[in-house]
Design a protein around this ligand. Structure first.
Ligand code: MGD
Ligand code: MGD
Ligand code: SF4
Ligand code: MO
Length: 735
């Protein structure tokens, strides 16, 4: 095996992140005709192949380098808008995902009790035969709606297609109810459009950026972080609202160390400040606003003095920050955030963020929120999926949560436990570690005990895989084709994922697994192509592009369309009123607050501190802990505790402790980081550590799991998203 040395790896990372880094050495190939038919360019024994990264969901275009046929390094593709030629540390570390010693190698069938981790290695034929047979039994007894799919990452595409073609109607990803769902609903209710990914924040051209919780620089979404770094270099005023002095806060003109859970109070006071001082965009409101007078009356009482009491932030600081961002409108952004599921009132908080942006009149404006454009790529003529006419079990079609517009993981889990509105007996889990990602681990375990079938398709033995009946080893993204990425951004683009190395063992690509399963289920016709190369080439050539060129370059840019009013865009709003809804009749009609209201969060129980969470720059959730390159940079997480709190409780910096939450759940041991960079009333821990599956040997019990301490959660009544910051911990000192 060829692995870059640690020193070399750090050099690569530093080069990709450094502001002065030279552009990547890779150039689109213009070589001989024989090589031009393939994806690879070879020079001096080094072969380069473009493909897009899946170490997270930003999906940056990269170039894999092979030296003497062995995977050597992964760098940014300069043609790609998501990477702009540079990768973040996790992307650079993708090579470690390929060489990960803990990877699943062949299909495994459970032989012992569920969760006891006794397995036998079986052939793909046997594993998929087993899955198809169990699915058939569930369908015969309960109907196809009794099998649910939990999915994430790009390989999900054909699992979803095959299972839906078979009759599955319950499918969901944690990326909705445990992540960005509430944000998109808040914006949809206000502007008639969600935010989407990548977020169309024109940081590149902005004159002021407000980050509420969004911890860019720790959240490493690549092109956004690059634009953020440029904004800092341009000395654009940055305003950060965070109980923690985040990396972003360290670059800010104003840091507002808000008491956790009080952001809605701050947002209401800022709206009131802008309205009473006449700092908002009156023309935008007059032309595009609906219900402004009712809105104005509703927010009139929220003074900055009142907000100061609620948030713990000085009134002068609130006023100064508010006047600052208002003075730069419309080239001023209140960042919509991404993981907004904090307290269970998150769609209303996101709506408040949307409304504050509306007051700045930055919708569709240069330096504000641009309206992302895409490009047209012909769809492959897959057979249509029939409507089963059955109601979804997750209540995501409006029955339980009126404004939900995607499946809800936790509601499928509820239905599995209760058997209501009908039994759920099979779970197919593709690339999501539900034991970490969903709140209340015990509920997930209770649901698993009700199942007749639990299939997990993963690259490593994740915690959820430990409970599977059958484990299907996927290839890493570096070893497979996937569906095309047709991206929305300043200009639409299309990216290619193609294999750069062969799978090291018996692993198979997700599309192949889905296709073989379709055969076993008797619905082979749902995947009417020989392989992904045929499928992808058809879509690209049908759209008038060269497949060979695409394979060599990895990216096709679309035509630039107007994305701002400055470029000639005409604004329209897909809301019931056809306008920006300062007052929401549709919320009122369903019994919800038409303008967000502030409701204080429950106080911490005596002797406890609120647990909040976020990201580390070099890891993605629970998926990278066994990656040797990334583990080397950060083997475990720490619990951030204010220095004064640590002194009061007798906690020593760097010493191990355990955290005990309000329900008595005790964490794995974790080191204390005593720091002044966090308020005294909360502690902070990066999410994704404390893995409990011994098969994931290199990451086993390293650090503590914020997910496992998340036993108490509130559910957003508008759209079903579940909170993460509603738990409180005390410390158990290690002997
Ligand atoms: N307590 C707490 N819970 C959270 C969050 C939090 O901050 N704190 N964050 C929330 C957010 S924002 C999100 S988006 C979700 C994330 O939730 P998940 O997507 O479930 O995140 P992971 O825990 O990383 O689990 C991903 C799994 O996919 C596997 N995997 C990675 N790549 C591949 C692949 O190519 N193929 C296959 N088959 N498997 C692969 C990984 O090994 C891992 O087991 O979690 C949410 N839940
Ligand atoms: N390196 C890396 N980058 C990632 C990911 C990753 O796993 N690793 N995951 C990606 C994904 S899927 C997502 S969704 C994003 C998430 O990233 P973001 O959307 O940027 O951030 P959040 O996780 O919502 O929030 C974390 C921040 O909120 C602060 N915070 C906690 N409570 C409160 C509060 O009550 N009020 C305020 N104002 N702030 C609070 C925390 O201190 C922390 O700084 O990151 C993405 N980027
Ligand atoms: S942000 Fe980093 S991890 Fe995510 S896709 Fe881009 S390079 Fe990969
Ligand atoms: Mo997320």
């Amino acid at each position: 095996m060829v692995q870059p040395s640690r020193r070399r790896f750090l050099q690569i990372t530093a080069a990709t992140l450094g502001a002065t880094a030279a552009s990547a050495p890779w150039q689109p190939m213009t070589g001989p005709a024989s090589a031009a038919a393939g994806p690879a360019a070879t020079s001096g024994g080094v072969t380069t192949i473009p493909t897009f990264c899946e170490m997270c969901f930003w999906r940056c275009g990269g170039i894999a380098h092979l030296r003497d046929g062995k995977l050597w390094k992964f760098e940014g593709n300069p043609l790609d808008p998501q990477s702009m030629g540079r990768l973040c540390p996790r992307g650079t570390g993708a090579v470690g995902a390929y060489y990960d010693p803990d990877r699943l190698r062949q299909p495994l069938l459970r032989v012992g009790e569920r969760g006891k981790e006794q397995w036998k290695a079986v052939s793909w034929d046997e594993a998929l035969g087993f899955v198809a047979e169990r699915m058939g039994r569930i369908k015969a007894a309960h109907g196809a709606e009794s099998v649910a799919l939990f999915n994430h990452v790009f390989g999900q595409r054909f699992f979803q297609h095959v299972l839906r073609s078979w009759g599955v109607i319950n499918y969901a990803g944690a990326s909705y109810a445990q992540c960005r769902g509430a944000r998109d609903v808040g914006f949809q209710l206000t502007f008639g459009a969600g935010v989407g990914s990548p977020e169309p924040t024109d940081i590149k051209n902005t004159d002021c950026l407000v980050l509420i919780g969004s911890h860019l620089g720790e959240n490493m979404h690549n092109s956004q972080v690059q634009e953020f770094a440029q904004a800092i270099a341009r000395q654009v005023p940055i305003i950060v609202v965070d109980p923690r002095y985040s990396v972003a806060a360290s670059k800010a003109k104003y840091w507002l160390p808000v008491k956790p859970g009080t952001d809605i109070a701050l947002l209401l006071a800022w709206m009131n400040l802008l309205v009473t001082e006449g700092l908002y965009d009156k023309d935008f409101v007059a032309r595009h606003g609906h219900g402004f007078e009712q809105f104005k009356a509703e927010i009139a009482g929220y003074t900055t003095a009142w907000a100061a009491e609620q948030t713990g932030v000085a009134a002068e600081l609130i006023v100064a920050a508010g006047r600052e961002f208002a003075s730069h409108r419309p080239a001023s952004i209140i960042h919509p955030g991404r993981r907004v599921n904090w307290y269970g009132d998150d769609s209303q908080r996101s709506r408040a963020v949307a409304l504050l942006n509306a007051l700045l009149g930055n919708w569709g404006r240069k330096g504000g929120l641009f309206l992302a454009s895409g490009m047209k790529i012909a769809p492959y003529p897959l057979p249509k999926i029939a409507d089963t006419g059955k109601p979804r079990a997750d209540g995501g079609d409006g029955a339980r949560y009126p404004f939900a517009d995607e499946g809800i993981t936790t509601s499928i889990r509820d239905a599995t436990i209760s058997g209501q509105p009908y039994p759920i007996k099979g779970w197919v889990v593709y690339s999501t570690n539900l034991l970490q990602a969903l709140p209340n681990r015990q509920e997930t375990l209770d649901a698993i005990q009700k199942l007749d079938l639990l299939v997990v398709c993963d690259t490593v033995p994740s915690e959820i895989a430990g409970y599977a009946d059958v484990i299907l080893p996927d290839t890493t993204f570096l070893e497979r084709h996937d569906e095309l990425l047709v991206g929305f951004g300043r200009t639409g683009w299309t990216s290619l994922r193609q294999p750069v190395v062969a799978p090291p063992h018996e692993q198979k690509p997700a599309w192949w697994i889905a296709k073989q399963l379709a055969e076993k289920l008797g619905i082979g016709a749902s995947m009417p192509f020989k392989d992904m190369e045929e499928y992808l080439a058809w879509r690209i050539e049908k759209s008038g592009h060269s497949w060979d060129k695409f394979k060599r370059e990895g990216v096709i840019m679309g035509e630039h369309q107007p994305i701002t009013v400055e470029e000639g865009l005409t604004l329209s709003f897909d809301t019931p009123s056809g306008k920006v809804e300062f007052w929401s009749d549709q919320l009122a009609a369903k019994g919800f607050d038409p303008v967000p209201k502030y409701k204080p969060q429950a106080a911490a129980p005596a002797g406890h501190l609120r647990l909040i969470t976020g990201r580390a720059p070099v890891h993605t959730f629970s998926r990278t802990q066994s990656n040797p390159l990334l583990q080397d940079l950060m083997p475990e997480n720490e619990v951030w505790v204010n220095t004064a709190t640590a002194a009061r409780l007798g906690l020593t910096h760097r010493a191990y402790v355990r955290l005990k939450n309000q329900d008595g759940v005790v964490s794995n041991r974790v080191r204390v980081k005593a720091t002044q960079r966090i308020r005294e009333d909360c502690v902070y821990m990066v999410y994704g550590f404390g893995n409990t599956n011994p098969m994931l040997a290199s990451a086993y019990l390293k650090g503590a799991s914020a997910g496992a301490l998340n036993t108490r959660y509130a559910t957003d009544p508008l759209m079903g998203s579940t909170s993460i910051h509603g738990n409180f911990v005390s410390f158990v000192q290690e002997a």
